[in-house]
Write a protein that binds this ligand. Structure first.
Ligand code: ZN
Ligand code: ZN
Length: 151
């Protein structure tokens, strides 16, 4: 199976993972703060296929705009926000696309929390969801992502 690798800005923490199964942006206020920018760009991969290959991220638990707790994993040295895990989705590893070594081919297929998007930041042509994706919307996004990224 093809492996995908990535790292934080300073290189203290690296990882490898299987092919992502979906990618989306999130306009929630937490993501705006975590990125110190307009929105986050994330991808999902099965947690069993994800491995930290160098260093260990520091982790803190945050309760998000959706009211659910999640663990945020970041490099303690350079501060890069690498990944998120959540008890609500125990089989998924959510990884920040910008930390992947080769990420230019990855396009988002949905945008969450459009209700708190900066007015100029909504991506044209990408389906917008007011808050979090429902399981049905998440499933639809995975199908759309596979279609847009043939293996
Ligand atoms: Zn680092
Ligand atoms: Zn968010």
């Amino acid at each position: 199976m093809k492996q995908f690798t990535g790292s934080c800005q300073c290189g203290a923490v690296t990882y490898r993972m299987a092919r992502p199964v979906a990618a989306w942006v999130c306009h929630c206020l937490d993501c705006q703060r975590m990125t110190a920018s307009a929105y986050s760009f994330s991808m999902a991969t099965p947690r069993a296929t994800f491995h930290w290959t160098k260093g260990e991220p520091r982790t803190f638990t945050k309760t998000g705009d959706n009211g659910r707790a999640s663990e945020q994993h970041f490099c303690a040295d350079c501060g890069s926000w690498l990944a998120t895990t959540s008890p609500a989705a125990p089989d998924a590893m959510i990884v920040r696309v910008g930390t992947l070594d080769d990420h230019a081919w990855i396009k988002p297929v949905s945008q969450a929390w459009a209700s708190s998007a900066l007015p100029w930041a909504l991506l044209p042509g990408v389906p917008a969801i007011d808050r979090d994706a429902t399981p049905e919307q998440a499933q639809k996004a995975m199908v759309a992502w596979q279609a847009a990224h043939p293996a």
